[in-house]
Design a protein around this ligand. Structure first.
Ligand code: HH2
Length: 294
């Protein structure tokens, strides 16, 4: 379909994740965050009990989540990380409960091959890697063998130090070049083009100004030729610009940021508060497609 003059368009993609096909571009997809960690920056400790995690997953699905992203390690600034064994201990009981209960694809938020392997075994079909594979061929090949999708996110440094030395020649160009290299590496590992999504990594080794620049210039990631995922929900730069201290109180500014990202071409938004995002995005999607105007 040719976009009308003056309209904001999004490239259409079909993302292959195991047996799932996610049709992207006509409507915005929501990835609901399910952190089964004691220390995540906004919801740490809320869902460490696997039964509570299942309840939350079912709630998010009912509220309109298209993907559920299960994470067993916090990557908040300053965090030290946990062992693969501990991450597996946290996520596997949750994935076991989700299997057969949720209809939407499940994603595992990890950078570790052992954790990805265990999660894929339990039915996850997307690996969301905040380190963008970083040359981890075993992880790439594991994802390829499972015909799973991968989300390649940009992070500068590691969570422990990333906010201490956030510096770029040109943040948009640098992040875009990283993602292009990460996608080429994923392809070399055998992951299909149609199973790759990219993410500029808001808050990962970026100052508030870097994050704002990335959001403002999001369109410049479209030429990479991959679906664009963004994680803006409750992030600290939103607190910086709005003055809202508590992450869980940053809903209004999170909604505004998600709307700006979608107008900038984002296909998938990773959020903690599914219901209000679904309501807001349905309206934005209609505005972009013109659906309901006649
Ligand atoms: N942000 C977080 C974790 N995973 N994955 C992608 N693809 N994009 C993101 O922006 C992203 C992500 C951090 O948020 P959260 O999971 O709420 O916190 P924590 O890392 O403290 O568990």
């Amino acid at each position: 379909m040719t976009p009308r003059a003056g309209s904001v368009s999004r490239t259409r993609f079909s993302l292959s994740a195991g047996d799932f096909r996610l049709e992207l571009g006509a409507s915005t997809k929501i990835m609901g965050v399910l952190n089964v960690t004691p220390d995540s920056f906004s919801d740490g400790g809320d869902f460490t009990d696997p039964d509570r995690a299942l309840e939350q997953a079912l709630r998010m699905e009912a509220e309109g989540a298209d993907i559920l992203d299960v994470g067993g390690e916090s990557t908040r600034p300053g965090s030290a990380g946990v062992s693969a064994r501990e991450e597996i201990r946290r996520v596997v009981p949750v994935l076991k409960r989700l299997a057969g209960r949720v209809r939407v694809p499940v994603s595992i938020d990890t950078s570790k091959e052992e954790v990805a392997a265990a999660a894929l075994e339990e039915g996850a079909v997307i690996v969301n890697d905040v380190r963008g594979l970083r040359g981890n061929r075993k992880l790439g090949q594991r994802i390829a063998a499972a015909r799973a999708a991968v989300v390649l996110m940009h992070m500068s440094g590691t969570p422990a130090v990333m906010q201490k030395k956030a510096s770029y020649e040109n943040v948009v160009a640098d992040v875009r070049a990283f993602l292009a290299r990460a996608a080429a590496f994923a392809r070399a590992c055998g992951i299909a083009n149609s199973s790759i999504a990219v993410d500029p990594g808001f808050g990962f080794g970026k100052t508030p100004a870097h994050n704002l620049e990335l959001l403002r210039e999001l369109r410049r990631f479209s030429p990479l030729g991959f679906p664009l995922l963004v994680g803006l929900s409750r992030k600290s730069f939103l607190g910086y610009y709005s003055g809202v201290e508590r992450p869980a109180d940053r809903l209004a500014v999170s909604l505004g940021a998600a709307a700006a990202a979608v107008v900038g071409g984002a296909h998938i938004v990773r959020v903690h508060d599914v219901k209000p995002h679904r309501e807001m995005l349905d309206l934005i999607d209609r505005t972009l497609t013109g659906d309901g105007t006649t």
